[in-house]
Every structure is written in C-alpha cells, then in structure tokens.
Design a protein around this ligand. Structure first.
Ligand SMILES: *Cc1c(COP(=O)(O)O)cnc(C)c1O
Length: 405
C-alpha cells in the first residue's frame, strides 16, 4: 500500500532511518556523552532484541506474567444504542498493572538485563510509567530510580506508595515548578552520570533515537494481536481504528498492526478546556515543528519558543509534544489526528462504565469518546478502539470533580 509516496509494504524497514528519522522528525539532539550511551543502547537493541533467545523470553513473559494476549470485547449494548456501527475495544486495561505501559517497560528492562545493567532510571509525572517500570525492575531484580517532582509526589500518593512497595527509589525533584519537566531533566542528568551501570527507560515513543523506535516495536504487540483477533472474530478488518495520543505509545502500538492495511486510522489528542494555549495538550493539532527532550517533532510553544504549559483532564496526556513518528504520519495524512475535550471524555467514561461494565482510564476515554462520535457519523461498519488502561486510578478524581452522572 502506498500513501503520499511512502510505501507501507516496506515501511518498518525504512522508518526510522539509521539516524532515527521519520522524514524530517526524530533524531537525537543530545550531549556527546549521552550520544555514546544511546549508541550503546541502539547497538544492543539490534543485536539482542532481534535474537531468538530475547524474543522467546519476552514472549514467555507476555503470556505468563502480563497475561497476554489481552482480549478484544465487542461493545454490543453501546453499539445498539448508537445505531448500526459495531464498536470493539482492545483490552489493554486487562494487561498486568492495568495499562499498556508494561508492554514497553518489560522490553526495556529485559534489554537492561541482557546488557548487564544493574539499574533502570526514569522520570514519572502522574506515576503510571514509574509504577510500570518499578514492576518490571522487581520482576528482573534490577534497581530502580524514579525521578518525580515534589508537586507530583504530593498529588499522586497511591502511585508513590506502589512504587515504594515494589522496591523502587522515588527521588524527589524540587527544582523549578517541581513537575514532569524538571523530573525529565533530573533523570537525564542522573543517566549521564550513571550510564555505565544503568539504562534509561523512557515512558513513550518520545525522546532521542532509538527510544521512539524501541518503544513502538515493544508496543506493536497490541496492534498485531488486535488485527489477528479482530479478523478471527469477525472475518474482516475493522473499518476504523482509534487510539488516544499523549506521547503516543499505545497509539503507535495499535497503529503498527494496521498501517499497511486498508483501515482508516485516528489518533485522538486532548482538547481539555478549549483551544487557547494552556487549556489543551493537542500538539499535533495546534503545534509547530520544534526540538525538545532530545527529538524533533511537532510541539506546542510559548512566546519564547519553549515548550508551552499544557492541560488535560487526563494526566497521562498532558505533554506538549508527541512522538516523531506521529508527526510524520500526520504530515503524510496516513493517520488522521483529531481532538475531544474534557466534557466529551467524561461523558464517554460514564457511558462505557454504565453500558458495558468497563471503567476506562480517562486517557482511554478520549478514544472511546471519539469512537462514539465516529460511529454516529458512519452509517455502517466497525470501529476498533484501543482501551489503553483501566480507570481505577481515576475514580476518586471523577467523583470529586464531576460527581456521579
Ligand atoms: C500513559 C497513558 C497514556 C498516554 O501515553 P501514550 O504514550 O500516549 O500511550 C494513555 N493511556 C493510559 C492508560 C496511560 O497510562
């Protein structure tokens, strides 16, 4: 299949290129010292992760520890209520720890083990990536340092407790606004000092090459499983696939299974409270080309050209950029990127809970909300939504801020 001059039959061979570029986006904009460390990870990735031993160990972990394959559920009551379009969800909420993030954390930690590293390092904002990585570190017996802003530590007490119970060191970052950005800087600084013994584990398809590629490849299990399961269930491909986009890892995982098939693909960003800068985190919709956190992509900038403050009701989506591959697919037009706001998201959260007995994460509720909208526009056919995680973590927040609807 060809799309705007890009042949999708050979897409994964050609993108990213050897320097980590998807068209004009990606690359590695980092210090010389870190470049060396990234080079080491890149080489290890191509030798170790392609080896039969690594692949079979990862496969066993996915089956026996994570509980994969996760099922696809047909949303029969919701579909009937809306009309003739059939809605389905890929249940990453049933993956161990309740979201898709463990898919790449187990891959990254397994790579750390094969490379002989003793420690994994990462930052976390809402704590979801920290919990997934702490889980992987406990599984492999690796040390785990999680950098987290003091503001987030206060806000995310249950996830801080989880990380500590799992044996991770939660390192408080007090600089600046003491949130995610400062935590990223502190984690990178720690990695520059410790890269001989440690490996940095990024939380999405972002950061310098090779991370966007590695995380995509580890997450592609979602899309590959989903395509096979969907065809087995229905005898056909879905007409459309939908996923929410923060950094973009659950979406890239899902999309990987469908890029080369005649399926419409939608990536959904959070419109938050509205279109004004600072009220949303829809970087692909409203952003421009720029470099942050070591990669070139499309980002939201403030008046000085720095990453702009962003907002979303879903803490997992409030990032001022998206992975470089999303920027590329956006420009190509292969994936259509659209937005839903907080209100539509909260409605979808309750709709899925009430109609289907599935409480979705607020992040995933963005994809559900768009799937419902799309189903109303389409006269017939099927839509497969990536349900990236479960909503247990969000229940207190929803009750406090929105009440029971
Ligand atoms: C972190 C998170 C996301 C956003 O991350 P991506 O890298 O964009 O997938 C989405 N859903 C859930 C449940 C998350 O925890």
């Amino acid at each position: 299949m060809e799309f705007n001059g890009v042949n999708f039959d050979t897409y994964f061979k050609n993108y990213p290129n050897a320097e980590g570029y998807y068209g004009r986006y990606g690359g590695a904009y980092i210090s010389e010292e870190l470049k060396q460390a990234m080079e080491e990870i890149n080489e290890a990735y191509f030798t170790i992760c392609k080896s039969r031993k690594f692949i079979s160990e990862l496969r066993k972990i996915r089956k026996e520890f994570q509980g994969r394959p996760t099922p696809i559920s047909h949303l029969e009551r919701l579909s009937t209520k809306i009309g003739n379009v059939q809605l389905y969800v890929k249940r990453e909420d049933l993956n161990h720890t309740g979201a898709h993030k463990l898919n790449h954390c187990m891959g990254e930690a397994l790579l750390a083990k094969y490379m002989g590293k003793k420690k994994v390092i990462a930052e976390t904002g809402a704590g979801q990536h920290g919990v997934a990585l702490a889980t992987a570190a406990a599984y492999f017996g690796l040390e785990c340092d999680i950098y987290m802003g003091s503001v987030d530590i206060k806000k995310q007490a249950p996830n801080v407790a989880r990380m500590k119970i799992l044996g991770a060191n939660v390192i408080e970052v007090t600089e600046g606004l003491a949130t995610l950005k400062e935590a990223v800087d502190a984690a990178f600084a720690a990695y520059s000092r410790e890269y001989k013994d440690a490996i940095y584990c990024i939380g999405s398809v972002v950061g310098p090459h090779p991370f966007p590629m590695m995380v995509r490849d580890f997450q592609s299990v979602v899309g590959i499983e989903a395509r096979e399961q969907f065809v087995e269930m229905t005898g056909e491909l879905p007409d459309a696939v939908v996923a929410c986009v923060g950094g973009g890892s659950n979406a890239m995982g899902m999309f990987s299974g469908f890029l080369n098939y005649p399926v419409d693909i939608y990536g959904i960003e959070p419109l938050g409270r509205g279109t004004a800068l600072g009220d949303h985190a829809a970087s692909l919709q409203y952003g421009e080309e720029g470099i942050m956190h070591g990669f070139n992509s499309i980002m939201l900038k403030d008046e000085n050209g720095d990453p702009a403050p962003v907002y979303s009701v879903a803490s997992g989506l409030d990032y001022p950029s998206s992975g470089p591959e999303h920027a590329f697919l956006h420009d190509l037009g292969r994936v259509k990127y659209d937005v839903v706001n907080d209100e539509e998201t909260i409605d979808a959260f309750f709709e899925l809970s009430r109609m289907e007995g599935i409480i979705p994460a607020i992040e995933s509720s963005h994809a559900v909300a768009y799937g419902i909208k799309l189903a109303k526009q389409m006269k017939k056919g099927s839509i497969l939504i990536c349900l990236s995680g479960r909503g247990d973590k969000d229940m207190d927040y929803i009750i406090e801020n929105y009440g029971i609807r």
